[in-house]
Design a protein around this ligand. Structure first.
Ligand code: NAD
Ligand code: G6P
Ligand code: MN
Length: 443
């Protein structure tokens, strides 16, 4: 049986150890001969790499391990690039969140002005990875979950149309797991869904068990009262912080807008921006929570392992949740035709929507990539919202490609989350100043 070689781009990510452990857990389904880490920040990656090297030696010594900042070493002889980079690190995420809040506007990693600012940083970083992959391993596939995935996906569609890159998000996976648990199923894999939207901007329209029984009424009954919150005794493996609990509860209010569908949690930022601002602490945003929580835990535990010389008894956990990445890699490697939600060019999947939009829809995935499943026509409400949002995302990519101040100004002014064009301009000028090192110079 063929064994695969993969490179994890963003080796220094807080998610890397959990993903490595998840890959080890799945070696019977997806055999690996080599894991490489690639990052452009050697110091950060070293912490994670030192621990993972020990872990791999102890648990799977047959896997060759390489950690490097050299693109040629990283991208040569690989079958898959698993990409999760964060251009500008948490320091810039913190600014993406705090700058809008100064104007009373939602400050969020992927939505509104924060997401636009992050998009302007991420596009160049992700395109660089695509180019390395094509230069050194032209047959490889890139599975990208670097954010903001909607904007990154539009950039790859427009600027690297022939490249073998698939953009994917774990939010639907996390929500579906909650839906399944809310009605007493063990796993989301017992469900088959229909869904449409943009990334972090979509709706479930149909959910059935494998026998075809409609599960929507039961799930809706739960969401109507509790959103995606679950009773305390049901434990989830990811999205467990208090701020996430707030998000899952808020889904109840988002659901009320359209009881025919079930919403993605991220829609709360578009429908209740004032609530989110009121709930935010402008001195301590999600970036601060993550730095004080996940980042601190992962890095101190990696350092402890390196110091001890063994990963025995480690508190690093398998990122079960991330097994969707293995499902995707397997679908391509073994032509499994698994059905998964992916971010792909619309091309008719949503019949009455822009063909050139990058949409999130169920796809059948095989060795030649994803084949989107038609979701039919969508109602005016969702269509109106998506037209506006996709225009924002396209304007950001155009602004990046053309280095256009005016287009980015328009993107910000068009965003539902930004209250008016004057604030859009002030925000833009602040964001330009904060992102000098990372954005193309606009004129
Ligand atoms: P992190 O800052 O801990 O890790 C990102 C790593 O990327 C860092 O080590 C950094 O040095 C590296 N990096 C930055 N720019 C780079 C470049 N140009 N080339 C190579 N490496 C580079 O961040 P994190 O919180 O672990 O998240 C990583 C990424 O995964 C983020 O983009 C995050 O938004 C994304 N993410 C996406 C999903 C999804 O649903 N799509 C889910 C979780 C995380
Ligand atoms: C979800 C989203 C990701 C996002 C993450 C943020 O998983 O799908 O796109 O990056 O949440 O989580 P964090 O814990 O970093 O705030
Ligand atoms: Mn996501």
């Amino acid at each position: 049986m063929k064994k695969f070689s993969i490179v994890i781009a963003g080796g220094g990510s807080t998610f890397t150890p959990g993903i490595v452990l998840m890959l080890l857990d799945n070696l019977d389904k997806f055999p690996i001969r080599q894991i490489k880490f690639y990052d452009n920040l050697e110091e950060r990656q070293n912490h994670v790499a030192s621990a993972c090297e020990i872990l791999l030696k102890e648990r799977a010594p047959e896997i060759n391990f390489v950690a490097t900042t050299d693109p040629e070493t990283a991208f040569t002889d690989v079958d898959f690039v698993m990409a999760h980079i964060r251009v500008g690190l948490y320091a810039m995420r913190e600014k993406d969140e705090k700058i809008p809040l100064k104007y009373g506007v939602v400050g969020q990693e992927t939505c509104g002005p924060g997401g636009i600012a992050y998009g302007m940083r991420s596009i160049g970083g992700v395109l660089e990875l695509v180019d390395y992959m094509e230069k050194y391993s032209p047959d490889a596939w890139m599975l990208n979950y670097s954010n903001p995935a909607a904007i990154v996906a539009e950039a790859t569609r427009k600027l690297r149309p022939e490249s073998k890159i698939i953009n994917i998000c774990d939010m639907p996976v996390g929500i579906e797991e909650r839906m399944a648990h809310s009605i007493g199923l063990n796993s989301r894999k017992e469900m088959e869904v229909r869904y449409y939207g943009l990334n972090h901007f979509g709706w479930w329209t149909d959910i059935r068990d494998k026998e075809g029984n409609d599960l929507m009424p039961q799930i809706k009954a739960h969401v109507k009262d509790h959103g995606y919150s679950l009773p305390e005794e049901i434990e989830e493996s990811q999205h467990t912080d208090a701020s996430w609990m707030h998000t899952f509860a808020k889904a109840k209010e988002v659901y009320a807008l359209d009881p025919d569908t079930l919403p993605n949690t991220y829609l709360k930022y578009y429908f209740y921006p004032q609530d989110e601002v009121a709930h935010a602490n402008p001195e301590f945003t999600r970036a601060n929570e993550v730095m004080a929580g996940r980042e601190k835990h992962v890095f101190s535990e990696c350092d402890r392992i390196a110091e001890a010389g063994t990963a025995e008894g480690t508190s690093l956990e398998v990122d079960e949740h991330a097994s969707y990445i293995v499902d995707l890699a397997r679908a391509i490697a073994y032509n499994t035709h698994e059905r998964m939600l992916l971010i792909v060019p619309n091309e008719g999947a949503i019949v009455n929507f822009d063909e050139t939009a990058m949409v999130e829809v169920p796809c059948v995935v095989g060795s030649n990539g994803p084949e989107p499943l038609t979701q039919g026509k969508i109602p005016r409400f969702q269509k109106g919202l998506m037209e506006q949002q996709v225009a924002v995302e396209k304007l950001v990519v155009e602004a990046w490609a053309e280095k256009s101040y005016q287009k980015l100004y328009q993107a910000l002014a068009l965003s539902r989350i930004v209250p008016n064009a004057r604030i859009a301009k002030e925000l833009l000028d602040d964001l330009i100043e904060a992102n000098k090192e990372f954005w193309p110079e606009l004129s």
